[in-house]
Write a protein that binds this ligand. Structure first.
Ligand code: ZN
Length: 502
């Protein structure tokens, strides 16, 4: 049998000013097509790798038309969306017996609010009886179109995401079992009116820890095949954005619906625990300073979460860096500040050159009231890198990171990794590529939200979340939602919810 295996993954931030054109996928040269798609992903920890391995272990032939992944940013450009969809649909049209798709679940395209739902709808229209298995991100904003046009779908259970491969395995096993007639999967889904804060979605912390444990326990009940609770991605402004549950049962819709309703009710009860309350940046930076003087070893991490790459940040916000400098923090390393113009200027100046320049704060963010604020710094050019590395840590294991040409700029007490592409620092390699040993610094400023944890927490003395300025902010009052269903908690504190079959 022939199985089409493909990946199309983009988490869309409706408020991000960063365009999502085709060239932004991959490591800056566009998606991988055909054999290159397989080569880029078969040895990784991603769902696509599990799809390839399990399909071939079952004796099937695998076709990989495309693997397209891109850091979060604005809605996917219309032509880019069509190019990736067309590649998948062409492979389906050529004839196949099944499709396994590694999707995100929070993609908006210029022509489709529900990017994944529209892709799946097109595949179903082209091949009505085709068994389709889908692996989804924990940040999926689930829709009826995704559920109705797939045979089985499951999502990550962890955030930070360290079960991507296992998610692919679960989806593939369910699909092959269904094709062999061993199970009769039926799916029920639903969402609660909860716009949860990604900063509070860590599945090692409450309340997500309990909610994920309840989901895993429900999966062991008789007749239940798979249960996923999705945290949702709040900055994708769509009707269905928010927390959701998807249950697959073996032929018994009522059993699936009962589990769904129980879990949605459990999430709703804990809604207050999924709201992030910020504090002034001045206080957070002062706390970082105190922690550095306290017990333990390794750096204190300052998490610049409002400019998180993997939520659509521009990666050129300077707010947290400026406050750290104002409070006199020294022995600081920053990853990354994306400023291609500065990279060019520093490369032209040459290694060891002393340079004064305006760095960062150049990308206008019309959805925020703030004006961009570049930072004027004087320093020396410390190191160069082509910015290409392979992830060795537990998040996105084995995938390539393309920082683009990058420079280490050493100013007073602070070393900044200036990149020409936007990447999230979830691997130690992003520092080491520029000659910085992160464990030896006193402070690290990371433009990340949660994904840094498996890699950086083990080497850190302490962690402080810093509320800078950026389009990945957890302060929903900054954004004007247009498509989101209302009322929704916590934007509408009086929102109510009663699960359908309680
Ligand atoms: Zn995610």
């Amino acid at each position: 049998m022939k199985v089409v295996v493909a990946a199309f993954s983009h988490e869309t931030n409706s408020f991000s000013p960063i365009p999502t054109t085709l060239d932004k996928f991959g490591v800056g040269k566009g998606p991988y097509f055909g054999a290159a798609a397989r080569a880029a992903y078969e040895k990784t920890g991603m769902p696509m790798a599990a799809f390839i391995r399990l399909s071939e272990a079952a004796g099937h032939t695998v076709v990989t038309p495309v693997a397209a992944r891109c850091s979060p940013s604005a809605p996917v450009d219309a032509a880019a969306y069509e190019a990736v969809c067309d590649a998948i649909l062409a492979a389906v049209h050529e004839g196949c017996d099944a499709a396994l798709l590694d999707l995100h679940g929070a993609m908006i395209a210029e022509q489709a609010e529900d990017g994944e739902g529209e892709l799946l709808r097109r595949i179903r229209a082209a091949a009505p009886g085709l068994p389709i298995g889908v692996g989804l991100d924990f940040h999926t904003n689930l829709t009826g179109a995704m559920v109705d046009n797939a045979t089985v779908a499951v999502g990550y259970r962890t955030y930070p995401h360290i079960d991507m491969y296992e998610t692919g395995e679960r989806a593939a096993k369910l699909l092959f079992d269904a094709m062999a007639g061993r199970i009769r999967p039926v799916m029920e889904w639903g969402n609660a009116p909860m716009l949860t804060a990604t900063l509070k979605q860590d599945t090692n912390d409450e309340p997500m820890r309990t909610l994920e444990a309840l989901s895993a326990a429900a999966e062991k009940e008789p007749g239940i095949l798979a249960v996923t609770m999705f945290g949702g991605f709040p900055l994708a402004d769509t009707r269905e954005t928010g927390l959701s549950v998807l249950v697959i049962a073996d032929g018994d819709r009522a059993a699936a619906a009962a589990v769904r309703d129980r879990l949605l009710a459990a999430a709703w009860e804990r809604r207050a625990g999924l709201v992030y309350t910020g504090r002034p940046l001045v206080e957070s930076v002062a706390e970082a300073k105190r922690l550095a003087e306290g017990p333990g070893s390794g750096p204190v991490l300052l998490i610049d979460h409002a400019d998180n790459c993997n939520s659509g940040g521009t990666l050129d916000s300077t707010t947290v860096i400026a406050e750290a400098m104002r409070q006199g923090l020294t022995d600081v390393a920053v990853v990354p500040l994306c400023d291609p113009e500065a990279v060019e200027r520093l490369r032209a100046a040459g290694l060891g050159a002393a340079v004064t320049l305006d760095i960062g704060g150049k990308v206008a963010c019309p959805t925020l009231a703030e004006e961009p604020r570049p930072l004027r710094l004087t320093g020396t050019v410390g190191a160069f890198s082509d910015g290409l590395l392979t992830v060795t840590g537990p998040v996105f294991t084995g995938t390539q990171i393309g920082m683009g040409p990058s420079v280490r700029f050493d100013a007073a007490g602070i070393s900044i990794v200036v990149t020409s592409r936007r990447i999230e620092p979830y691997d130690l390699g992003v520092f080491r590529a520029l000659g910085i040993e992160p464990a030896e610094k006193r402070f690290l400023i990371l433009k990340s939200r949660i994904q840094y944890k498996p890699t950086f927490v083990p080497i850190a003395r302490g962690v402080v979340e810093c509320d800078g300025v950026g389009v990945a902010s957890s302060d929903y009052a900054l954004f004007r939602f247009r498509r989101l269903r209302r009322p929704i908690y916590p934007i509408d504190p009086a929102a109510t919810f009663a699960a359908a079959a309680q």
